[in-house]
Design a protein around this ligand. Structure first.
Ligand SMILES: [Zn+2]
Length: 118
């Protein structure tokens, strides 16, 4: 199985896996399909486009590194490719907003950040 570029590894990209047997897509990297157990998974780069499923404003920092960013918005995004992911986003985002990802520095890392596209 090949590993594609991923923001968790320092690249400005979001990747996901698709099952060759049942077409299930999953964001959290596994060695098997969470739906059918198949090992026939392929890696794909996501478009970075999706729709806001939920938002949560963080007002208290969990670590000293994140304190400088408070308050910040954590969003759950239903991605166009069919998986759901958690990321940072604009504070005025609402459920149902169409968004796209860019990449910003946060607490020493580069993380996906969603903003409204229309
Ligand atoms: Zn499957």
């Amino acid at each position: 199985m090949s590993e594609s570029a991923e923001w968790t590894k320092g690249a400005a990209a979001i990747s996901y896996q698709r099952c060759a047997c049942c077409a299930h897509v999953q964001y959290f990297r596994r060695d098997f399909c969470a739906a059918c157990g198949s090992l026939a998974l392929t890696d794909h780069a996501a478009s970075g486009e999706g729709t806001i499923y939920a938002t949560s404003l963080v007002c208290r920092a969990a670590t000293p590194e994140t304190r400088a960013h408070v308050p910040y918005n954590i969003v759950l995004v239903d991605m166009r490719e069919g998986f759901r992911m958690m990321a940072h986003g604009d504070q005025d985002l609402a459920i149902g907003d169409v968004v796209s990802a860019r990449f910003v520095p946060f607490a020493g890392a580069t993380v996906p950040y969603f903003e409204r596209t229309r």
